[in-house]
Design a protein. Structure first.
Length: 216
């Protein structure tokens, strides 16, 4: 379970400046949906502390995975062809059914080098009960859904070197649980909730998305 049709989330402003740049080590042979190269920053979380992410390259979404969105990006199926041989996971938490403050990427604001919309139809069956509707009624709204507000969690900073990050989604249905996750700023805490089968946390859910940034 991940983002949803009635999702709303609050948050602060994100630095966002456009420019062109090609990162070293980019895989040029892979195909997929690509975003325009931009330069900017967002915040993230690592090992109990805040971390700044510096972007200079558009997103990658594997076109070998079908997606109805205009970006070619989807949630629910893992990429078949990655943009590089080596990469690390980027876990994004998404508040479901409530408004969360202080998000790394606020609702209704597309962060730098992030896709503007996603195909989330693969999650329709799981999301329908949360929003008290049916998968059939939900699917049309999920085909090209605006990327919801979210927070970022990483397990390594890769020594500050820019690389591709494999996006995986974690849905959170409780505002209280979400506040605790934000307070801890740690994948270790978040993964502990998942391993304990916390009823308010679902994931990680695979996607065909990769982002490119350096964590500091």
């Amino acid at each position: 379970m991940a983002a949803a049709i009635a999702l709303s989330a609050g948050g602060g402003a994100i630095a966002h400046a456009a420019s062109s740049s090609d990162p070293k080590g980019e895989a040029t042979t892979a195909t997929g949906g690509r975003g325009p190269n931009e330069f900017g920053m967002t915040m993230g979380n690592h090992a109990g502390h805040g971390s700044s992410f510096t972007y200079n390259h558009g997103f990658y979404c594997d076109s070998h995975v079908t997606a109805a969105s205009t970006t070619g990006c989807e949630v629910g199926e893992k990429a078949k062809v990655a943009p590089a041989k080596d990469f690390d996971p980027l876990f994004i938490t998404v508040p479901l059914g409530f408004t969360a403050k202080g998000l790394d990427c606020p609702d209704k604001l597309t962060c730098v080098d992030h896709p503007m919309n996603l195909d989330m139809t693969r999650l329709a069956e799981a999301l329908a009960p949360v929003y008290k509707t049916t998968p059939e009624k939900l699917k049309p709204a999920l085909e090209n859904f605006t990327t919801p507000g979210h927070d970022h969690f990483i397990t390594t900073k890769n020594k500050g070197k820019a690389e591709w990050w494999d996006v995986q989604v974690v849905g959170v249905t409780s505002a209280t649980t979400y506040k605790a996750i934000q307070k801890h700023q740690s994948w270790t805490y978040l993964s502990g909730l998942i391993k304990a089968k916390n009823k308010n946390v679902v994931g990680p859910i695979p996607t065909n998305m990769f982002l490119f940034f350096a964590a500091h």
